[in-house]
Ligand binder design. Structure first.
Ligand SMILES: O=CN(O)CCNC(=O)c1cccc(Cl)c1Cl
Ligand code: NI
Length: 183
């Protein structure tokens, strides 16, 4: 199983290199990696497992955070209605998005960043994502709220983008235009 030792940290080139599309159908290796990614995210949210293995909680993970330059992401997050959004996906792509934006009033964090970086991270409020699931099915997801934000954080990782790249350098807490806060 994956633990924090497998997570690369800031300064590692993998975090700034774009990731390549996964050749489908996926290899046994890619299937194993993506399965271990969603397992890690779920474990990190389980108090017993997190305590046992010293896992920092996360609501998503992208393969470059493991030093694997492939377009694979895992997301396991509850939205404000308590609905679980749990996905392990190959080649996710944002195919459309709202003009409106949003941002977490708490800011964002990253397992590859061992420090707090305060500030608002502007994200699209709503996105449509196309991807291929672990089971090999094409999926089209219409996302809003926290799930939409996490997907953008993870897909950024596939493009070598870190969450703090989006924070206003002059005023980290400047309210982004056309944006509604997400508490
Ligand atoms: O790339 C994934 N991580 O680094 C996992 C750790 N970060 C989080 O769980 C996290 C925390 C706050 C906001 C967002 Cl959007 C995310 Cl994603
Ligand atoms: Ni991250």
């Amino acid at each position: 199983m994956l633990t924090m030792e497998h997570i690369v940290r800031e300064g590692h080139p993998a975090l700034r290199e774009p990731a390549a599309e996964v050749t489908l159908p996926p290899s046994e290796d890619d299937l194993h990696t993506l399965r271990s990614m969603i397992e890690f995210v779920m474990n990190s949210q389980n108090p017993e497992m997190a305590a046992e293995y010293g896992l920092r909680p996360g609501i998503g993970l992208a393969a470059p955070q493991l030093g694997v330059q492939k377009r694979m992401i895992a997301v396991h997050v509850y939205d404000k209605d308590g609905t679980l959004h749990s996905y392990a996906l190959f080649n996710p792509k944002i195919v459309s998005h709202s003009v409106e934006r949003t941002y977490l009033t708490t800011g964002e964090g990253c397992l590859s960043v061992d420090r707090d970086v305060p500030g608002y991270v502007p994200r699209y409020a709503r996105i449509t994502v196309k991807a291929v699931s672990l089971e090999g099915e094409e999926v089209k997801l219409r996302l809003k709220g926290l799930p939409a934000i996490v997907f953008q954080h993870e897909i950024d990782h596939l493009n070598g983008v870190m969450f703090y790249d989006h924070i206003n350098k002059d005023d980290p807490f400047a309210v982004p235009e056309h944006a509604a806060p997400l508490e």
